[in-house]
Design a protein around this ligand. Structure first.
Ligand SMILES: NC(=O)c1ccc[n+]([C@@H]2O[C@H](COP(=O)([O-])OP(=O)(O)OC[C@H]3O[C@@H](n4cnc5c(N)ncnc54)[C@H](O)[C@@H]3O)[C@@H](O)[C@H]2O)c1
Length: 335
């Protein structure tokens, strides 16, 4: 969008990816903030221009900035997003939008008050496979969502992937990573959940801190729509046949199976047998961007594909599944 200026807070892996995409989309990146100065410098140097800072307040006070990308560790999402909304800036917030439902409700109030647009980067929503499956199967009755990945904390102790087990920085595998699965199920199943149940275990606690987050969780979700889902969130090994992410849904006549990181969907009972994102023209693949979706929402004063209320619903379900696994009790989902 011509003339729109942006800043990145959190200049690690995802912040770098967003900065490159922002440049492609014609945003002018004017500020790079990271609590580690060398990370901000490295990204600024890659992009080519802009100032660096370790003080997020400088970004918030900069009236030239329209849009802030937040790609920090998870404890900082809520305070930074609230500060940016209060400063009147539109927001792309990395998942999870917040770690707790109370934080999410607070952020939703600030976003509404400020009248800014927010998108959570729950990117499976915008995948062409998911959009096509929603067209064919708008009201699924049953679905399954699965995160099954390798045990990176064991393989790479002390590296960038082990912070997700930290109580403050990350919040455990479910809210940190399986949040994508919960969000996709919510998008497919029509939004809000009524109640959940889950069992959780810690099979291998090495390099996973002392917060006791399950490294294997099996849960169920009862949706307000009447639909049902099963969920698996684990780091007990990845299988290349289905990939780290695997989802299925059924509506009584038709079904869809998502594999290959949600870049492939196989249908039954639908007009086409399958869709592979890689077979689509590059121009169409490029449109599958939550940052672009945010820019379009700003331009048209429309809604984003994963707004602050969608983000809050997903956090509520993750919190309830975690509580169910810890207590052995069915949990009502906050809303
Ligand atoms: N949507 C996706 O597919 C996807 C994939 C991977 C990670 N993520 C998310 O992206 C975010 C960043 O993950 P990452 O893999 O890039 O991590 P990373 O460790 O590579 O980068 C995070 C950066 O944030 C900085 N940081 C942490 N707290 C900060 C604060 N309070 N203020 C300023 N800077 C701060 C760190 O110094 C680091 O440079 C997380 O929310 C993560 O869950 C999303």
């Amino acid at each position: 969008m011509a003339g729109m200026k942006a800043a990145v807070i959190g200049c690690g892996g995802m912040g770098s990816g967003h900065a490159a995409k922002a440049q492609d989309l014609g945003l002018e990146l004017v500020g790079f903030c990271d609590e580690i100065e060398s990370s901000a410098t490295r990204l600024r140097d890659t992009i080519g221009s802009g100032y660096i800072t370790t003080d997020s307040g400088r970004i918030m006070r900069d009236d030239s900035i329209d849009l802030v990308i937040i790609a920090t560790h998870h404890d900082a999402h809520h305070p930074l997003a609230v500060a940016a909304a209060q400063a009147g800036k539109h927001l792309l917030v990395e998942k999870p939008m917040c770690v707790t439902y109370d934080q999410a409700v607070d952020l939703a109030e600030e976003v509404e008050k400020a009248g800014v647009k927010l998108v959570v980067n729950c990117k499976f929503r915008i995948a062409p496979t998911v959009q096509k499956a929603r067209e064919f199967i708008p009201h699924p009755r049953l679905s399954h969502g699965q995160l099954a990945m390798d045990n990176y904390a064991l393989k790479e102790p002390g590296t960038s992937s082990s912070w997700l087990w930290d109580k403050d920085d990350g919040g455990g595998l479910l809210i940190s990573t399986a949040v994508h699965t919960i969000d996709l199920l919510s998008y497919l199943m029509g939004g809000a959940a009524d109640r959940v149940y889950a069992e959780g275990k810690v099979f291998d606690s090495r390099n996973k801190g002392d917060a006791g987050y399950p490294d294997a969780l099996v849960g169920t979700i009862q949706w307000q729509s009447g639909g049902l889902s099963t969920v698996i969130s684990t780091d007990q090994g990845h299988n290349p046949f289905v990939s780290k992410w695997f989802h299925q849904m059924w509506d009584g006549e038709r079904s869809a199976v998502f594999s290959k990181h949600t870049s492939r969907v196989d249908f039954s009972g639908c007009d086409i047998d399958y869709l592979e994102t890689q077979d689509l023209p590059e121009s169409e693949r490029n449109k599958a961007s939550m940052l672009l979706n945010l820019m379009e929402a700003i331009e048209t004063d429309g809604d984003t594909l994963c707004n602050v209320h969608d983000g809050a619903r997903t956090v509520a379900i993750c919190n309830a599944l975690d509580a169910a696994a810890r207590t052995g009790q069915t949990q009502k989902v906050a809303r």
